[in-house]
Write a protein that binds this ligand. Structure first.
Ligand code: ADP
Ligand code: MG
Ligand code: MG
Length: 254
Protein backbone atom coordinates (compact mmCIF):
# COMPACT_ATOMS: atom_id res chain seq x y z
CA UNK A 1 0.00 0.00 0.00
CA UNK A 2 1.38 3.38 -1.01
CA UNK A 3 2.12 5.87 1.75
CA UNK A 4 2.55 9.63 1.46
CA UNK A 5 4.58 11.02 4.33
CA UNK A 6 4.92 14.69 5.09
CA UNK A 7 7.47 15.42 7.80
CA UNK A 8 8.10 18.78 9.47
CA UNK A 9 7.40 20.65 6.24
CA UNK A 10 8.34 24.32 6.21
CA UNK A 11 7.46 26.51 3.24
CA UNK A 12 7.96 30.19 2.47
CA UNK A 13 6.69 32.55 -0.21
CA UNK A 14 8.11 35.83 -1.41
CA UNK A 15 5.89 38.74 -0.49
CA UNK A 16 6.30 42.48 -1.12
CA UNK A 17 8.36 43.16 1.96
CA UNK A 18 10.39 39.96 2.08
CA UNK A 19 9.93 36.29 2.78
CA UNK A 20 6.98 34.92 4.72
CA UNK A 21 6.87 31.48 6.29
CA UNK A 22 3.46 29.93 5.55
CA UNK A 23 3.95 26.29 6.54
CA UNK A 24 5.53 25.91 9.95
CA UNK A 25 6.18 22.22 10.40
CA UNK A 26 3.45 20.07 8.86
CA UNK A 27 3.37 16.37 9.78
CA UNK A 28 0.93 14.06 8.05
CA UNK A 29 0.79 10.48 6.80
CA UNK A 30 -1.76 9.42 4.19
CA UNK A 31 -2.00 5.76 3.20
CA UNK A 32 -3.70 4.26 0.19
CA UNK A 33 -7.25 3.37 1.18
CA UNK A 34 -7.59 6.18 3.74
CA UNK A 35 -9.58 9.41 3.50
CA UNK A 36 -8.24 12.40 5.38
CA UNK A 37 -9.91 15.77 5.66
CA UNK A 38 -7.85 18.86 6.34
CA UNK A 39 -10.02 21.67 7.61
CA UNK A 40 -9.08 25.13 8.62
CA UNK A 41 -9.76 28.83 8.43
CA UNK A 42 -9.04 30.90 5.35
CA UNK A 43 -5.42 31.89 5.07
CA UNK A 44 -4.11 29.14 7.34
CA UNK A 45 -1.96 27.63 4.58
CA UNK A 46 -4.06 24.70 3.32
CA UNK A 47 -3.65 25.53 -0.36
CA UNK A 48 0.02 26.24 0.22
CA UNK A 49 0.36 22.67 1.46
CA UNK A 50 -1.32 21.36 -1.70
CA UNK A 51 0.74 23.58 -4.01
CA UNK A 52 3.97 22.68 -2.23
CA UNK A 53 3.34 18.96 -2.70
CA UNK A 54 2.46 19.63 -6.33
CA UNK A 55 5.76 21.45 -6.87
CA UNK A 56 4.41 24.90 -7.62
CA UNK A 57 7.42 27.17 -8.27
CA UNK A 58 6.10 30.01 -6.07
CA UNK A 59 6.56 27.96 -2.92
CA UNK A 60 10.01 27.39 -1.45
CA UNK A 61 10.57 24.36 0.76
CA UNK A 62 12.87 25.49 3.53
CA UNK A 63 12.70 22.36 5.66
CA UNK A 64 11.21 18.91 6.02
CA UNK A 65 10.39 16.13 3.60
CA UNK A 66 7.58 14.76 1.45
CA UNK A 67 7.97 11.13 0.40
CA UNK A 68 5.88 8.56 -1.43
CA UNK A 69 6.94 5.09 -0.34
CA UNK A 70 10.26 6.57 0.71
CA UNK A 71 10.86 8.32 -2.63
CA UNK A 72 11.50 12.06 -2.41
CA UNK A 73 8.46 13.68 -4.01
CA UNK A 74 9.96 17.16 -3.87
CA UNK A 75 12.79 16.06 -6.17
CA UNK A 76 10.37 14.71 -8.78
CA UNK A 77 9.35 16.57 -11.90
CA UNK A 78 5.64 17.29 -12.06
CA UNK A 79 5.01 14.47 -14.57
CA UNK A 80 7.03 12.07 -12.42
CA UNK A 81 4.74 12.82 -9.49
CA UNK A 82 1.77 11.80 -11.63
CA UNK A 83 3.52 8.63 -12.82
CA UNK A 84 4.38 7.77 -9.24
CA UNK A 85 0.63 7.68 -8.59
CA UNK A 86 -0.08 11.12 -7.23
CA UNK A 87 -3.07 13.12 -8.37
CA UNK A 88 -2.69 16.79 -7.62
CA UNK A 89 -5.57 18.57 -9.23
CA UNK A 90 -3.95 21.96 -8.92
CA UNK A 91 -0.84 20.96 -10.84
CA UNK A 92 -2.66 21.13 -14.15
CA UNK A 93 -2.53 24.24 -16.28
CA UNK A 94 -5.37 26.67 -15.96
CA UNK A 95 -6.15 26.52 -19.65
CA UNK A 96 -4.78 24.23 -22.33
CA UNK A 97 -5.44 26.02 -25.60
CA UNK A 98 -6.50 23.77 -28.45
CA UNK A 99 -6.46 20.57 -26.40
CA UNK A 100 -9.79 18.85 -25.90
CA UNK A 101 -10.79 17.23 -22.65
CA UNK A 102 -10.88 13.89 -24.45
CA UNK A 103 -7.31 14.20 -25.79
CA UNK A 104 -6.02 15.61 -22.55
CA UNK A 105 -7.40 12.68 -20.56
CA UNK A 106 -5.99 10.11 -22.98
CA UNK A 107 -2.57 11.78 -23.00
CA UNK A 108 -2.57 11.86 -19.19
CA UNK A 109 -3.64 8.21 -18.95
CA UNK A 110 -0.96 7.22 -21.47
CA UNK A 111 1.73 9.06 -19.53
CA UNK A 112 0.69 7.47 -16.25
CA UNK A 113 0.12 3.91 -17.48
CA UNK A 114 3.14 3.89 -19.76
CA UNK A 115 1.01 2.86 -22.76
CA UNK A 116 -1.99 4.27 -24.55
CA UNK A 117 -5.30 2.85 -23.30
CA UNK A 118 -7.06 0.70 -25.90
CA UNK A 119 -9.24 3.12 -27.81
CA UNK A 120 -12.50 1.21 -27.73
CA UNK A 121 -12.53 0.42 -24.00
CA UNK A 122 -11.18 3.88 -23.21
CA UNK A 123 -13.95 5.70 -25.06
CA UNK A 124 -16.50 3.59 -23.21
CA UNK A 125 -14.80 4.20 -19.87
CA UNK A 126 -14.74 7.97 -20.43
CA UNK A 127 -18.40 7.99 -21.50
CA UNK A 128 -19.53 6.01 -18.47
CA UNK A 129 -17.49 8.06 -16.05
CA UNK A 130 -18.83 11.29 -17.52
CA UNK A 131 -22.37 9.96 -17.26
CA UNK A 132 -21.75 9.13 -13.61
CA UNK A 133 -20.76 12.74 -13.05
CA UNK A 134 -23.80 13.94 -15.01
CA UNK A 135 -21.61 15.57 -17.63
CA UNK A 136 -22.92 16.12 -21.14
CA UNK A 137 -20.97 14.01 -23.69
CA UNK A 138 -20.17 17.19 -25.67
CA UNK A 139 -17.98 18.28 -22.76
CA UNK A 140 -15.28 15.85 -23.99
CA UNK A 141 -14.77 17.99 -27.10
CA UNK A 142 -14.31 21.26 -25.26
CA UNK A 143 -10.87 22.69 -24.68
CA UNK A 144 -9.46 22.06 -21.23
CA UNK A 145 -10.59 24.68 -18.75
CA UNK A 146 -11.53 27.14 -21.51
CA UNK A 147 -14.57 28.93 -20.21
CA UNK A 148 -15.30 26.19 -17.68
CA UNK A 149 -17.66 27.22 -14.93
CA UNK A 150 -16.65 26.53 -11.33
CA UNK A 151 -18.81 23.42 -11.32
CA UNK A 152 -17.41 22.17 -14.64
CA UNK A 153 -13.85 22.59 -13.36
CA UNK A 154 -14.64 20.49 -10.31
CA UNK A 155 -16.40 17.82 -12.35
CA UNK A 156 -13.43 17.73 -14.74
CA UNK A 157 -11.12 17.33 -11.76
CA UNK A 158 -13.07 14.34 -10.44
CA UNK A 159 -13.39 12.90 -13.97
CA UNK A 160 -9.59 12.89 -14.16
CA UNK A 161 -9.31 11.33 -10.73
CA UNK A 162 -11.75 8.54 -11.60
CA UNK A 163 -10.01 7.76 -14.90
CA UNK A 164 -6.40 8.10 -13.81
CA UNK A 165 -6.85 5.99 -10.66
CA UNK A 166 -4.13 7.55 -8.52
CA UNK A 167 -2.71 6.02 -5.36
CA UNK A 168 -2.80 9.35 -3.56
CA UNK A 169 -5.13 12.21 -4.47
CA UNK A 170 -5.06 15.73 -3.10
CA UNK A 171 -8.23 17.71 -3.64
CA UNK A 172 -8.23 21.37 -2.64
CA UNK A 173 -11.61 23.05 -2.06
CA UNK A 174 -13.47 20.58 -4.24
CA UNK A 175 -16.65 21.88 -2.69
CA UNK A 176 -16.15 25.57 -3.37
CA UNK A 177 -18.60 27.13 -5.78
CA UNK A 178 -20.79 24.06 -6.07
CA UNK A 179 -24.52 24.04 -5.52
CA UNK A 180 -25.98 21.20 -3.48
CA UNK A 181 -26.75 18.99 -6.50
CA UNK A 182 -23.29 19.42 -8.00
CA UNK A 183 -21.71 18.82 -4.62
CA UNK A 184 -23.56 15.52 -4.34
CA UNK A 185 -22.57 14.40 -7.85
CA UNK A 186 -18.93 15.32 -7.33
CA UNK A 187 -18.88 13.65 -3.91
CA UNK A 188 -20.33 10.47 -5.38
CA UNK A 189 -17.43 10.46 -7.86
CA UNK A 190 -14.90 10.79 -5.05
CA UNK A 191 -16.69 8.03 -3.15
CA UNK A 192 -16.61 5.71 -6.17
CA UNK A 193 -12.83 6.04 -6.28
CA UNK A 194 -12.57 5.78 -2.55
CA UNK A 195 -14.71 2.62 -2.43
CA UNK A 196 -12.15 0.82 -4.58
CA UNK A 197 -9.90 1.03 -1.53
CA UNK A 198 -7.05 1.87 -3.93
CA UNK A 199 -6.71 5.57 -3.27
CA UNK A 200 -5.59 7.63 -0.33
CA UNK A 201 -7.42 10.95 -0.42
CA UNK A 202 -6.49 14.22 1.17
CA UNK A 203 -9.54 16.42 1.06
CA UNK A 204 -8.79 20.04 1.85
CA UNK A 205 -11.71 22.23 2.74
CA UNK A 206 -12.86 25.27 4.64
CA UNK A 207 -16.46 24.09 5.11
CA UNK A 208 -17.74 20.96 6.78
CA UNK A 209 -20.59 20.49 4.30
CA UNK A 210 -18.71 18.20 1.88
CA UNK A 211 -18.10 15.84 4.81
CA UNK A 212 -21.81 15.07 4.86
CA UNK A 213 -21.23 13.28 1.56
CA UNK A 214 -17.65 12.07 1.84
CA UNK A 215 -16.96 10.44 5.19
CA UNK A 216 -13.35 10.89 6.25
CA UNK A 217 -11.48 8.36 8.35
CA UNK A 218 -9.36 11.13 9.83
CA UNK A 219 -9.95 14.84 10.34
CA UNK A 220 -7.13 17.32 10.87
CA UNK A 221 -7.52 20.92 11.94
CA UNK A 222 -5.12 23.19 10.13
CA UNK A 223 -4.28 26.53 11.71
CA UNK A 224 -1.37 28.93 11.46
CA UNK A 225 0.64 26.78 9.07
CA UNK A 226 0.47 23.45 10.83
CA UNK A 227 -1.86 20.72 11.99
CA UNK A 228 -3.27 21.82 15.32
CA UNK A 229 -5.32 18.74 16.11
CA UNK A 230 -6.13 15.35 14.58
CA UNK A 231 -9.02 13.04 15.26
CA UNK A 232 -11.78 10.97 13.74
CA UNK A 233 -14.97 12.10 11.97
CA UNK A 234 -16.34 13.44 15.27
CA UNK A 235 -13.80 16.25 15.07
CA UNK A 236 -15.64 17.59 12.00
CA UNK A 237 -18.87 17.73 13.99
CA UNK A 238 -17.10 19.66 16.70
CA UNK A 239 -15.76 22.13 14.11
CA UNK A 240 -19.20 22.53 12.59
CA UNK A 241 -20.58 23.41 16.02
CA UNK A 242 -17.74 25.50 17.39
CA UNK A 243 -15.83 26.84 14.39
CA UNK A 244 -12.10 27.44 14.28
CA UNK A 245 -11.89 30.15 16.89
CA UNK A 246 -10.26 27.96 19.53
CA UNK A 247 -7.41 27.18 17.12
CA UNK A 248 -6.61 30.60 15.77
CA UNK A 249 -6.31 32.56 18.99
CA UNK A 250 -2.99 34.30 19.07
CA UNK A 251 -2.35 33.28 15.47
CA UNK A 252 -1.33 35.87 12.92
CA UNK A 253 -2.74 34.43 9.71
CA UNK A 254 -6.38 33.92 10.65
P1 ADP B 1 -5.78 28.69 2.74
O1 ADP B 1 -5.77 27.79 1.55
O2 ADP B 1 -5.79 27.95 4.03
O3 ADP B 1 -6.87 29.69 2.68
P2 ADP B 1 -3.35 29.76 1.60
O4 ADP B 1 -2.36 28.65 1.57
O5 ADP B 1 -4.04 30.09 0.34
O6 ADP B 1 -4.40 29.49 2.76
O7 ADP B 1 -2.63 31.07 2.14
C1 ADP B 1 -1.92 31.11 3.36
C2 ADP B 1 -1.23 32.44 3.51
O8 ADP B 1 -0.16 32.49 2.59
C3 ADP B 1 -2.10 33.65 3.22
O9 ADP B 1 -1.72 34.66 4.10
C4 ADP B 1 -1.77 33.99 1.79
O10 ADP B 1 -1.95 35.32 1.53
C5 ADP B 1 -0.31 33.60 1.72
N1 ADP B 1 0.08 33.15 0.39
C6 ADP B 1 -0.25 31.97 -0.17
N2 ADP B 1 0.26 31.86 -1.42
C7 ADP B 1 0.93 33.01 -1.64
C8 ADP B 1 1.69 33.52 -2.75
N3 ADP B 1 1.84 32.82 -3.87
N4 ADP B 1 2.21 34.74 -2.62
C9 ADP B 1 2.06 35.45 -1.49
N5 ADP B 1 1.37 35.06 -0.42
C10 ADP B 1 0.81 33.84 -0.48
MG1 MG C 1 -7.50 30.77 0.82
MG1 MG D 1 -7.06 27.50 0.01
Amino acid sequence: MATLEIRDLHVTVEVENGTKEILKGVDLTVKQGETHAIMGPNGSGKSTLAYSIAGHPKYTITGGTVTLDGEDVLEMEVDERARAGMFLAMQYPVEVPGVSVSNFLRTSATAIRGEAPKLRTWVKEVKETMAGLQMDPSFAERNVNEGFSGGEKKRHEILQMELLKPKIAILDETDSGLDVDALRVVSEGVNRVRDTGEVGTLLITHYTRILRYIKPDFVHVFANGRIAESGGPELADKLEAEGYEAYVKGGASA
